[in-house]
Write a protein that binds this ligand. Structure first.
Ligand code: ATP
Ligand code: MG
Length: 287
């Protein structure tokens, strides 16, 4: 079996460039952020991309869902944000080839308070990630709040993927998220845009799901991905085996939906990068 040290050496040998950074964010709890981040990242690595999943949530669901034992960690996302720990050395290999995870530790639960008195507190994650790294994509799993941690993700990201659960209060609080995104664009990160909105936990037998999906499409137009993630028990079972659903049961409807979503994301990536504003001289130099 390959040791983490060898994996890290191998990572260092892969050519480095500034990765595309996608943040999975919605301040509402339990809408499918982590399930989307884990399976989207897995699907991207299954088609040959090198992907780093950053677990920015003190709950650590993305880390445990990818089989990381949080108790034994020497360094974590916390050390990358506060101690300038190396991203590549902190990243853990997963059972999915090409997929690495920057694990969250319990220390992250104090990060909000610590960030308040940290210099350049909004830019800590950007400084760690917007630099040449041996990954094509970085996917950030955000906590369920519009806190300083989420702000760090929005300042670091190129684009945001917003999961919305197909339930009655789906659109509640969304205008707040959209306003926050606009404020981040104006103040910290002009590059930021909404990559897309993904409808999750869709139940075709429930009329409410269809009504909510219609409302969301009226509000967000073609920002809503065509792929809808169905409610599927396999998606909720997989994390308890430390596996993404795409590996746990590739044929289940949830896994198939996430594979289709990754295809749509990559298609949209092409049009987004074609229309993207020119990179700063520093970015171009580093790329
Ligand atoms: P939090 O805000 O707490 O971080 P979250 O937005 O990351 O939550 P998840 O953890 O992905 O949401 O999902 C919440 C719960 O719903 C989990 O138990 C997950 O396994 C389950 N779940 C997510 N998506 C689906 C789905 N499509 N079908 C069935 N269960 C799902
Ligand atoms: Mg989560």
């Amino acid at each position: 079996m390959t040791t983490p040290t060898l994996q890290n050496t191998e990572k260092a040998m892969v050519s480095s460039k500034i990765p595309r950074i996608l943040a999975v964010a919605n301040q509402k709890g339990g809408v499918g952020k982590t399930t989307t981040a884990v399976n989207m990242a897995t699907a991207l690595s299954a088609i040959g991309k090198r992907v780093l999943l950053v677990d920015l949530d003190p709950q650590g669901n993305a880390s445990t869902g990818l089989g990381v034992k949080r108790a034994g960690l020497r360094t974590s996302t916390y050390d990358v944000i506060f101690e300038d720990a190396s991203v590549v050395d902190t990243a853990q290999p997963t059972k999915v080839p090409g997929l690495f995870v920057l694990p969250s530790s319990i220390h992250l639960s104090g990060a909000e308070i610590e960030l308040v008195s940290t210099t350049r507190r909004e830019y800590r994650l950007q400084e760690a990630l917007r630099t040449p790294l041996p990954y094509d994509y970085v996917v950030i799993d955000c906590p369920p709040s519009l806190s300083l941690l989420t702000l760090n993700a929005l300042v670091a990201a190129d684009s945001i993927v917003v999961p919305l659960q197909c339930e009655f209060f789906a659109l509640e609080g969304l205008s707040h998220l959209v306003k926050t995104i606009e404020r981040v664009q104006q103040t910290f990160n002009p590059r930021l845009n909404i990559h897309g909105v993904v409808l999750t936990m869709y139940d075709p037998r429930n009329r409410l799901s269809a009504m909510v999906a219609d409302d969301v499409r009226k509000y967000f137009g073609d920002k809503v991905y065509q792929t809808v993630i169905p409610r599927n028990v396999r998606l909720s079972e997989a994390p308890s085996y430390g596996l993404p659903a795409i590996v746990y049961d590739m044929r289940c409807p949830g896994a198939r939906a996430y594979i289709s979503l990754a295809g749509e994301i990559l298609k949209r990536e092409k049009s987004l990068s074609a229309s993207a504003s020119p990179r700063s001289p520093k970015d171009t130099e580093a790329a």
